[in-house]
Design a protein around this ligand. Structure first.
Ligand SMILES: [Zn+2]
Length: 73
């Protein structure tokens, strides 16, 4: 479980990628950092951190954009 996620670091290097969404019926190209560090609370209310790169980093950025109300279309 991930609660109250916050990106605490993003690489300066970015990459353009094709991105789809389960909430929207199309794909689009977007640019995102190649890697992120995410801080969050787990199911025991403990602060945790994870490193994401590659496709996982794209997913993290995508879901954080949803939480921040960023529209991808
Ligand atoms: Zn989505």
């Amino acid at each position: 479980m991930i609660a109250n996620p916050e990106i605490v670091w993003s690489s300066e290097e970015t990459k353009v990628h094709e991105e789809g969404c389960l909430s929207l019926p199309h794909t689009m190209k977007s640019r995102a950092s190649r890697s992120h560090s995410l801080q969050y609370l787990n199911e025991n209310n403990e602060t945790c951190e994870l490193e994401a790169d590659g496709f996982f980093s794209v997913v993290i950025q995508h879901e954080m954009d949803h939480l921040d109300g960023v529209s991808l279309c």
